[in-house]
Design a protein around this ligand. Sequence first.
Ligand code: MEV
Length: 442
Amino acid sequence: MNHKPVEGFSKLTKEGKTDWLVNEYLEGNVEYRKILQQYWNENPDLQKLHDEFSENTISNFYMPYGIAPNFLIDGKLFALPMAVEESSVVAAASKAAKFWLDKGGFKTTIINNEKLGHTHFIFNVESHKLLHFFNFNLKKKLLEATEDITANMRKRGGGILDIKLVDKTAEMQNYYQLKASFDTVDSMGANFINSCLEQFGKTLKQEVAISEDFSQEEKNSLQIVMNILSNFTPDCLVRAEVSCKIEDLKDDSGISNEEFAWKFKQAVTIAEIEPFRATTHNKGIMNGVDAVVIATGNDFRATEACAHAYAARNGKYSSLTHCTTDNGIFRFWIDLPISVGVVGGLTNLHPLVKFSLALLGKPSAQELMSILAVSGLAQNFGAIRSLVTTGIQKGHMKMHLLNILNQMGATEEEKQHFVTYFKDKTVSHHEVIHEFNRLRGQ
Ligand code: MEV
């Protein structure tokens, strides 16, 4: 069926939008309207708040919000808030946290905290002339022109750290960048950085126009293409690690400590050298990172993009975690570039985000970086531990069992039966259906 385009959709009320959609796309079936409406919140203020986070909102899309307790991080105990729809992620995090609890927990170090952004421009001039103009005139003017924008950030201890001129003409004709680094303290800083960069673009244009260093023809060639922060922040970097004696690496799956350490290290090395495995390995890490990123109101698309760019920084996609087993010591760590905020954005608006940050003891942005790296490392530890011992399906399917039973419309009594039935068996989709049919006499 061909659908008609709509004019002024954004101006319709929520009911109007819903009616139009149901009539145009869902054959007028009111059951679909009910699906949307059952997720509307009874509290009109809360609903309005959520509606206004985005545009053209017609309902709420719930995500499970779970807690992974017992995380000992730099000597302090945390219960991590995790917003994630995938079964067994929270369970794996909790299990890994417990494993490391009596072994000193997780240690973290902030390696650097620098954010980046660029003014990308085209200028048909000799690069030495431009460099001279940048060093002796423009740089100072860029800083002066952004003083109003940076005043508050400077009061909080941040601001523009440096601005460099980058010559990219070897890769693209007449292409240069103003590459700026920023300290945005406790905010992620996207708006701050982009405001500074847009001012850089304007100032660059103005200063070139009045400069005596360039001919009119050269001046006419200047084009500011765009001013935008980079989500690749390799120098906004945190390390999280765990270590213990190999003899203390007790695993309950029955393999020896030495074999466990050896297999674990092999699995990490495979992820370091093999991009196919590295992608899944890092996906598992991001299961842990993103769940806390979302629960704390941060931008998971940005953290994903950054992590994967970093994983490919040497020209080949590789693991974000590393492992050594030297001198009888098992050491496992992650270097995670991640730019997050604890002020601004959704942090003061979304009630569950406020809850998450309060639960974490109102961390600074750097403390949150540490917590996120730990969550990723714990998740990876849990995944590799299962992969090299029992296999991933045992734990995963146990957690997924409820999803399968819910899909089949099992009663609470039947669900209880299945939990007991699978206590010492690996859950499989086939086996659940078989037992379900037997139970119902089919
Ligand atoms: C599933 O979401 C994540 C894992 O595949 C990660 C991994 O294989 O390391 C279990």
